[in-house]
Design a protein around this ligand. Structure first.
Ligand SMILES: NC(=O)c1ccc[n+]([C@@H]2O[C@H](COP(=O)([O-])OP(=O)(O)OC[C@H]3O[C@@H](n4cnc5c(N)ncnc54)[C@H](O)[C@@H]3O)[C@@H](O)[C@H]2O)c1
Length: 360
């Protein structure tokens, strides 16, 4: 097992990464402050891993909330049902929420913990690659609104993150690939050597080879922890982690939540950002090709494949949380391994990129 710390002063917390962690009850128990626990999971994950977590907590006052599966359920209705269960129990300010599942469970349970009685403890036990490399770390929690993705949320750091790599064995190929898109993001914004390493190991990662999974999760969490420690509430450089996301969130919202997996939309978003960078004269065509090839080798999409119009796309991008004074701020790579937040791009370049992708 490897352990690293997200350094945030009194809100610092450990990330545990390794095989068999759900069979180590002490890891979990040491981060629970009182006896009340609200375990939040979903209908897919519960039959697979719930028992392992429950058996780690025999003497706790444990309640279980099982959400329906899917991105479409990351909404106010499910959040309200969760509040109802917490109030009926009733959960107190000493209750610890445990999120057992992928990014959807982590985001909704995390937001419930952030907002219930103005904030209670939360522990993240991510069970997808995407959640282990990204969403469980950093304290962003949210639900979707019909008008925009992750529009209602809060920053709320967990007490710890337990990433048991054994759970990835039951994840299907498409979900593993989706998680890989967020890994590529770290490499493109900040680590060219990591990008080369990914080019060498992509086949092992998307087929879930255990040793490689541990390595890639650790490297990704290190990157994420560094950005979060430097800028917890995303006022500066943490925004770079949104590479591909302004495009990606528009794709997810326009297509209807759940049609595209989050990671798939991010993959196309990364390629669109790289292409825009090339049009601005920053990235070389060779670099854009390398990014596209890496994503394609991971079975990820790199084009929209129809169903989008430039105007709708632009309108949806205006809903992005990084819009400032009516302008869409974009994260654009300058080269593989370096990116920046850009506002002063010519509007026509963005329009041209959208037009070329929306027309297929
Ligand atoms: N908070 C953040 O910082 C952050 C960062 C990135 C993404 N996100 C959010 O994360 C969500 C995407 O997360 P995701 O890709 O994990 O999706 P997800 O939570 O929907 O999980 C994907 C699918 O895998 C299933 N599943 C989970 N664990 C499994 C396992 N071990 N074996 C078999 N099936 C399993 C789920 O039930 C679901 O059907 C999006 O809502 C996105 O907005 C949040």
């Amino acid at each position: 097992m490897a352990v690293m710390t997200v350094e945030l002063g009194e809100r610092s917390y450990p990330i545990y990464v390794g095989a068999g962690l759900l069979q180590q009850p002490e890891l979990l128990r040491r981060h629970i402050r009182a006896s009340e626990v609200m375990l939040v999971t979903n209908e897919v994950v519960a039959p697979l891993y719930l028992e392992r977590v429950v058996s780690a907590l025999p003497e706790y006052d444990l309640s279980i909330a099982t959400l329906p599966d899917g991105e479409r359920q990351k909404n106010s209705e499910q959040l309200n049902k969760l509040y109802d269960e917490m109030l009926e129990k009733p959960c107190s300010r000493q209750t610890t929420v445990i999120a057992l599942g992928g990014g959807v469970v982590g985001d909704i349970a995390g937001f419930a913990a952030a907002s219930y009685q103005r904030g209670i403890d939360c522990i993240q036990i991510p069970t997808t690659l995407l959640a282990q490399v990204d969403s469980a770390v950093g304290g962003k929690t949210a639900i979707n609104h019909p008008r925009g993705k992750n529009m209602i949320g809060a920053f709320h750091q967990p007490r710890c993150v337990i990433a048991d790599t054994d759970t990835l064995a039951t994840l299907n190929q498409r979900e593993l690939s989706a998680g890989f898109a967020e890994v590529v993001k770290y490499a493109v914004i900040g680590d060219v050597e990591f990008f080369s390493w990914l080019e060498q190991h992509v086949d092992d990662i998307v087929s879930g080879v255990p040793d490689t999974m541990e390595e890639v999760i650790l490297a990704s969490c290190r990157h994420k922890a560094r950005f979060v420690a430097g800028d917890e509430r995303e006022t500066r450089e943490r925004a770079l982690l949104n590479l591909g996301h302004t495009f990606g969130h528009a794709i997810e919202s326009i297509a209807g939540y759940g049609q595209w997996l989050h990671g798939e939309a991010v993959a196309v978003g990364i390629v669109m950002a790289a292409d825009m960078s090339r049009q601005l004269g920053w990235m070389s065509s060779e670099e854009v090709r390398r990014i596209g090839e890496l994503l394609t080798r991971a079975h990820l999409p790199i084009s929209l494949g129809g169903g989008f119009s430039t105007d709708t796309f632009l309108r949806q991008m205006m809903m992005d949380k990084k819009v400032m004074n009516g302008r869409i701020q974009l994260v654009l790579p300058e080269t593989i391994g370096r990116a920046r937040l850009v506002m002063d791009y010519p509007d026509q370049v963005l329009r041209d990129v959208l037009e070329s992708y929306c027309s297929g």
